[in-house]
Design a protein around this ligand. Structure first.
Ligand SMILES: [Zn+2]
Length: 135
């Protein structure tokens, strides 16, 4: 009986798209909306849940595989872009930790100087102005 069901399901899923990264992402959002909705009132949470469910199932059982695949690729690109920006923020933060950013008093050029060097003479790379700084 169970095997029969499994077989029928497998047959039903034949030539259909199935689950991809975008679907997994959407189901995480769906789950988050449901869980957060238990504690906080989310406006239109019922509608959002329903819409997400419909999109999820519609994509999973879709037979237009090329189109679903293209959607997923687009999603992955966006994700890459977002995560890329995110890691850039991280490296900027570590720059602040290891370097002082000074402004040249003469031309306002920003100059990056490593921390912990004591008193140093800074020479502006743009206008050649020299000034003392403690790093
Ligand atoms: Zn300068």
């Amino acid at each position: 009986m169970l095997n029969d069901l499994r077989y029928r399901f497998a047959k039903f899923m034949q030539g259909r798209y199935g689950v991809d990264s975008l679907s997994r992402f959407l189901s995480v959002i769906l789950f988050a909306v449901i869980v957060i909705g238990m504690f906080v009132k989310i406006p239109l949470s019922g509608l959002i849940t329903l819409a997400l469910l419909i999109i999820l199932y519609w994509r999973m059982f879709s037979k237009n595989i090329a189109k679903r695949y293209a959607e997923n690729q687009k999603f992955l690109q966006l994700k890459e872009k977002f995560l890329g920006n995110f890691s850039n923020v991280g490296s900027n933060m570590s720059q602040f930790k290891d370097y002082h950013i000074y402004k040249c008093p003469s031309c306002s050029q920003k100059i990056r100087i490593p921390r912990g060097k004591g008193h140093i003479m800074v020479r502006c790379p743009r206008c050649g102005f020299e000034f003392h700084k403690k790093s």
